[in-house]
Structures are given as structure tokens and as C-alpha cells.
Ligand binder design. Structure first.
Ligand code: NAD
Length: 424
């Protein structure tokens, strides 16, 4: 996966010249740590979980990236995600490098107390290398604000003082930022709005399907519908629902919530329980003949196996890495525009940055101020990427990477490169 992730850089270096040393620096992670996390289970047994933290590059600032709880978490995946975070923070112009963490676990099999012990154990394992000026974690797949709150508390216990800026995505009552919960979906909508505005499209004439009705997918769908777009299909891990006339996103969400068995801290309901709409499979959702396909679930959803069957002309990547590089080539040949993850899902890390700023300054903003600031950054960076795609005649992904790599290369060069030191 990491080798595939790095392939995204190849087309970039055809468009911009960077020093070989920059390429060398960006091809390896700065620090990768694997730790065992012992957890006393409710039945008295001791279970050892494997935790990861990869700090990919910190040239532009302390590293930043979420913590994922998933049975398939491994070093390769965490490294790839940390690489994307490095590029993403640079694309958004945030003063951060990139990192990522994870634990190989199926969190739905844990009780709430076991989950709390595991989360506190993760912080004990990595406390020496994280911190508000070093590496700032956040939520990712199957971690949430409650878990971030436990982690901030554990860090405070270790340091014997409160350091809320050591982690973001905390509950608002515990120093989280207003607007963080919906930030990724909101930011993706701002990126789509700019794309639609430049194309002179009318949002009310645009049909959208959303793969993944979790945190980002739900908020995106809700806000997009509020802005006039027609959401015709959504899916989750159990399957999807489709209505050509348009779904009522809030109704689907409420239905999903009502049908939840609350296992641990996770929602177990599925959109498939919403019976009044036609049920479709996840594969069918990807192949719908609509205007915009939003990928908000997991990586590697569009590969060389299904890329040729994709009918939409615009894909919005809210998940990280949902389209493989091979699929990218096919989609580009077929004239499909992919608004890439490193731009489209950066709303989350941008509002995380706001949370970090608020925690450090002690001055808190209301949700209107958060949204205004998010819109300003997303619109500016999205338009820069769209302009670069036109001027370089390249895909939106390559344009986003050009934008981010220029900032990264600038920072690496400013520390001194071969040319500089050989001229002394
Ligand atoms: P989440 O766990 O809240 O939601 C994931 C959703 O995807 C769930 O509804 C799950 O049922 C569904 N899903 C899983 N496999 C699926 C499949 N094969 N088909 C359809 N649906 C499937 O997670 P999230 O926080 O919404 O994150 C989703 C993606 O967005 C991840 O790739 C994550 O890295 C990325 N992301 C999240 C944030 C954030 O702020 N939460 C920020 C940036 C990127």
C-alpha cells in the first residue's frame, strides 16, 4: 500500500523540479514505532494489542494524524496514511507535518471499560513521542471524541498537568472545537461547491451517491442536501439504499439510529434497515449513473477491476485512498474528474488545527467563526488546486500534490540542501 501511495509522486515530478534530496526525504518515514499494549480484560485475562505510530515528516511543523482502531491495521497502512497526512497538511497550508496511528483490534468486540483501558494504554505506550509541540493525534476510523477525551486525560495524568492541545477531536465540553464533528463533511462540500461553481452547474440539478454513511458521509450528505444537491443513494458496510427522486438524509440517519443496538460506543444500525427505499449492494452504488460519487468509507474501493465500469464523471474522495493509482489512470483516460482526498477531506485536520490553536491560546470560537475560517481555507486551497490542474494540464490529484509538494520542498530546501552547502 505504501509503495502504491508513493507512486502518486511520480507524475508530480514530471511537472515540477525538486531537488533529489527532497525526493529522498519524502520517500521514507522519519519515525515508525510499534508498541505492545497490554489490556486487562473484563474476564480477568490479559490481552496484548499491537499499536502503531508513524511520524512521517515534521519539516513543516509538529506531526498530526488520527488513530485508527481496526482489525486490519498494520505498519504498511499506517505508514501510507501518515504519508497522505504529510501531503494533506501541506496542501491546506497548515503548520503541521504528517503522522498516523492505529491499533490492530476489532473495537466492537470490547466492552466500554476495555476500550477505555486500551485507549489509555495507547497513550502510555506513545507518551514519550507525542505532545502538543511534537505529534498531535486525532480520531480516525472507529475512534471518536469520547476516546480522544480519555486519551487527553491519560496524558494529563502522566505529565501531571493538563495539556488539551496534545490531541484534537475531543468532546466540546473537554476543550474540543465547535464544528469539529461535521468539519470533514463540511470541508468536502466547500471543495465540491467551488468545483461546481467553476463549472457553472446548478446544485439542484446534481445527483449524488455517498458510499459510507459514517461520520464524514452522514455530515456531507446532510449538508449537501441542505445546499440543494439531490442525495439519491447512501451505503454502509451492510449495503446501500437508492431512490432516484432523492433520499431524506435526516430520516435515514434517524432510522439508522433508532435501529441501533448500542454495542460498546459504536452505532450498529445500518441504512439497510430503511425499508422504504430500494436496497442495493455496495458494488451497485459505485456503478450508479449519477453526477457525483462520494467515497466516504475506506481505501481501495475503486481499483483496476471496477474503474472501467464507473459511470459518473465526478468523484469526491472523502475517505483516504479510496481510488488506487491504477484506477486513477483508467478514470483519467475516461474523463472522470477525481477531487482528491488530500484536498477534499482536509476539513477535519483544518478544524483540528483550529482546536489546537484554541487550546493553546485559551480563547474559544463559536461555530460560525469556525465555519467562516474553514470556508476561507478550503475555498482558497481548492481554487489553487483547480487552477494548477488547468495550468499544468493534469489531473486534480496531481495538481493537489504539486501544490503540497511545493510547500514541502520549500521547507526542506530552507533547511539547506546539497546546492546550498556545496556553494559554501
Ligand atoms: P466511520 O467509521 O464513522 O464511518 C465509516 C463508514 O463506512 C461506516 O458507516 C461503515 O459502515 C462504512 N463502510 C465500511 N466499509 C464499507 C463499504 N465497503 N461500503 C460502504 N460503506 C462501508 O469513519 P469516518 O470517520 O466517517 O471515516 C471514513 C473515511 O474518511 C476514512 O477513510 C477516514 O480515514 C476518512 N477521514 C475521516 C476524517 C474524520 O474527520 N472522521 C477525516 C479525514 C478522513
Amino acid at each position: 500500500m505504501f509503495e502504491l501511495a508513493k507512486q502518486r509522486l511520480d507524475p508530480v515530478f514530471k511537472h515540477i523540479q525538486v531537488d533529489d534530496e527532497v525526493i529522498e526525504r519524502l520517500s521514507v518515514a522519519k519515525r515508525s514505532i510499534i508498541a505492545s499494549i497490554p489490556v486487562r480484560m473484563d474476564n480477568g485475562d490479559l490481552k496484548i494489542f499491537t499499536g502503531y505510530r508513524v511520524q512521517y515528516d515534521d519539516t513543516r511543523g509538529p506531526t498530526k494524524g488520527g488513530i485508527r482502531y481496526h482489525p486490519r491495521v498494520n505498519l504498511d497502512e499506517v505508514t501510507s496514511l501518515s504519508f497522505w497526512m504529510t501531503v494533506k497538511c501541506a496542501v491546506s497550508g497548515l503548520p503541521f507535518g504528517g503522522a498516523k496511528g492505529g491499533v490492530m483490534v476489532n473495537p466492537k468486540e470490547l466492552s466500554k471499560l476495555e476500550l477505555e483501558r486500551l485507549s489509555r494504554g495507547y497513550i502510555r505506550a506513545f507518551a514519550d513521542v507525542i505532545g502538543e509541540s511534537r505529534d498531535i493525534p486525532a480520531p480516525d476510523v472507529y475512534t471518536n471524541s469520547t476516546i480522544m477525551g480519555w486519551m487527553a486525560d491519560e496524558y494529563g495524568v502522566i505529565l501531571r498537568r493538563q495539556v488539551p492541545g496534545m490531541i484534537t477531536g475531543k468532546p466540546v465540553y473537554l476543550g474540543g472545537s465547535e464544528g469539529r464533528e461535521s468539519a470533514t463533511g463540511q470541508g468536502a462540500l466547500f471543495a465540491l461547491n467551488e468545483f461546481v461553481r467553476r463549472k457553472n452547474w446548478d446544485p439542484s440539478a446534481i445527483t449524488i451517491a455517498v458510499q459510507g454513511f459514517g461520520n464524514v458521509g452522514y455530515h456531507f450528505a446532510r449538508l449537501a442536501q441542505k445546499s440543494g444537491y439531490r442525495i439519491v443513494a447512501v451505503s454502509d458496510s451492510q449495503g446501500g439504499i437508492h431512490s432516484p427522486k432523492g433520499l431524506n438524509v435526516e430520516d435515514v440517519y434517524k432510522f439508522k439510529q433508532q435501529n441501533n443496538e448500542l454495542a460498546s460506543v459504536y452505532c450498529e444500525g445500518s441504512v439497510c434497515n430503511t425499508l422504504e427505499y430500494e436496497q442495493i449492494t455496495n458494488e451497485e452504488l459505485l456503478l450508479l449513473n449519477i453526477d457525483v460519487l462520494v467515497l466516504g468509507a475506506l481505501e481501495n474501493q475503486i481499483t483496476q477491476l471496477n474503474a472501467n465500469d464507473i459511470k459518473v464523471k465526478t468523484i469526491l474522495e472523502i475517505a483516504n485512498g479510496p481510488v488506487t493509482p491504477q484506477a486513477d489512470e483508467i478514470l483519467e483516460e475516461n474523463g472522470v474528474n477525481v477531487i482528491p482526498d488530500v484536498l477534499a477531506n482536509s476539513g477535519g485536520v483544518i478544524v483540528s488545527y483550529f482546536e489546537w490553536v484554541q487550546n493553546r491560546s485559551g480563547l474559544y470560537w463559536d461555530v460560525t467563526e469556525v465555519h467562516e475560517k474553514l470556508k476561507k481555507i478550503m475555498s482558497k486551497e481548492a481554487n489553487t488546486v483547480y487552477d494548477l490542474a488547468l495550468s499544468h494540464n493534469c489531473s486534480l490529484r496531481t495538481a493537489a500534490y504539486i501544490h503540497g509538494i511545493k510547500r514541502l520542498a520549500g521547507a526542506i530546501d530552507e533547511r539547506g540542501n546539497r546546492k546550498y552547502f556545496k556553494s559554501i
